[in-house]
Design a protein around this ligand. Sequence first.
Ligand code: SF4
Ligand code: ZN
Length: 303
Amino acid sequence: MKCKRCKATAVVSLPSHNTGFCPDCFKLFFSRQVERGIHEQKLFTHDDRILVALSGGKDSLALMLELSRQGYNVTGLHIDLAIPVSSPAARGVVERFCALHGLPLIVKEMANEGLAIPAVKERLTRPICSACGKIKRYYFNKTAIDEGFTVLATGHNLDDEVARLFSNTLRWDAAYLSDQGPGLDSEDGFTRKVKPLWRLTEFETANYAFLMGIEHHYAPCPYSKGASFTFYKTLWQQLEETMPGRKLDFYQGFLERGRPAFAHVEATTGMTLAPCETCGYPTSSGSTCGVCRIRDAVANPKD
Ligand code: SF4
Ligand code: ZN
């Protein structure tokens, strides 16, 4: 197959776009898709201070590198969860990446916050991933607000978004459907959140990361188990192979026609938020926020 742009040998075939590219033209394709995703959804401008959540995976590193290449004002944020083997490996990748590209990085250490994930896991009866997710979201948001960033960007790609949309649709979860999308406005102490890779699949992002020589994190978290999202992603992959382009059509169709139909839901299900009495973070769950309750449970075991 020949590259669609320059007729050199293509190395990446993209059936969903009915095309293939050589390495340089694929990088250009990737950049243009990111640019288009930012502009179409008015995610941010060159005046914004963007905090990029860096897990150590290829998606977030690819996002950080591409935004910096496009001249955006980006700073990385890594949450060190203190999980043996997996956390030091992830942190090492992120630190080497930022040093190599001269990009600023903030690291938040959960061991110093009384929230090392293995200790949290010992105190909980429910699955650790929901608490871990809550802790990460809390520090993403808190760091953005405390340090004056105007936007928080995450490396969610089209496959992540379609799997989430599919899950919300299967349950007809109107509240989630009303605010799913690549951009979520700031409100009541929550920063603006954006997903600039929403037009790009996991496959495309992995190719970009490979072609740009991005080292990423291979040591999986020992607590991860097959989530339902992984199953939905496999289903969608099969659909995409038979009907190339269906993922992007489904997601774009939702943004244009589906989401507006749920807009009224958000207005009627608004929760009342009040500052946490301990840390000031907005919470709907009483006087103390969920993360302060977890920290308290770790510090003061009842048994
Ligand atoms: Fe946290 Fe590990 Fe679960 Fe991911 S898999 S949410 S890192 S506990
Ligand atoms: Zn709190």
